[in-house]
Design a protein around this ligand. Sequence first.
Ligand code: KG4
Ligand code: ZN
Length: 376
Amino acid sequence: MLILGIETSCDETAAAVVRDGREILSNVVVSQIDIFAEYGGVIPEIAARSHLEAMMPVVNRALTDAGVTWDEIDAIAVTHAPGLLGSLLIGTLTARTLAILHNKPLYAVHHLKSHVYANWLDEDVNALSRAASPSPVATGTARSSSPCQAPEALRKSISHLPSFPLLALVVSGGHTQILYMKGHNQFEIIGTTHDDAVGECFDKVAKILGLPYPGGPSIAKAALSGDSGRFKLPHPKVEGLDFSFSGLKSAVLRAVQKEVGVPISYPSHKLKELLSEKQICDFAASFQKTAVDILREKLEMALVEHPDVKSVVVAGGVSANEILRKALPDAYFPAPSLSGDNGAMVAAACYYEIQSGVKPTDPYKLDIYPRISIES
Ligand code: KG4
Ligand code: ZN
């Protein structure tokens, strides 16, 4: 079964063609990172406008890269929730129109489900995305991959899949949750953040340190030259399997103010001017270690509470983090190129939804839900 997956929930315009939920035939991602690096964060109106410009060239490129025609596509899957309202609208309106035009069944996919299902995409096929050279499509920076460019051996190998019941640690810019999955397409939230998401915390701490947007990769890079034991940062006191990351961000802010000797009333956007390269790297490393320790500790608690669990999968943009990968050596991680937002994971999630009996949605009625939970 060939599914065209479309993703526009935040600042990536993406489309991919995936066979049977695992084999990536194409995966095109146009990122708006270059645009938002200038602003230090996503501006929703600009994101929506950029999606509008990039959307159809990205879809067409996904079909061309996959070497398939519309006749061969069995279904269209699109992210309809959660995310930025204007961004979600462009993807869903495009998918609705294409479904009507080409007479294809349309499936609406929750963004966090698709992040989780990035772990089912064939790892060796995923390696293609890392190997492929970037080429521009419409606006922004495009990443694209096609199996046609890969050595035969890379295409054929089948990787080992996660088994149920499992725990999914979802760590993105908007969410931090631990999910219990009894089987495919069955999600129970057993832990969630009370305030900021961990990715959001990486982004905010990067801002304090004067590191570029997006904060996660910048912090990870600076941390390579830093001493993770230099600054002791507190772990939040949150009951059970829930998280809180806004206190950690404030703790970094206070520690920076103390380190450079300014009062708490000092404007935070000016702190970076007072920090040395060494201090920035040490703060980045100390923060990253603390954030990863918090995630690992909660996951360990969840495993104690759920002794039936057979696998752990990690999903979402923060799953690209190398220190997190090292801290959880037995967990499944998507290929780093599939940790962030992409269309392949949307197609993968849709395939397993169809296997679980989910029916197509009405292309004339599909709505968007910027804040809906994975359980609804
Ligand atoms: O899943 P994602 O691409 O978009 C959302 O659904 O939110 O996640 C984006 C988040 C951002 O906060 C970004 O800073 C973070 O993922 N991120 C990372 C890394 N790469 C991206 N965080 C830590 N380490 C990384 N290497
Ligand atoms: Zn995401």
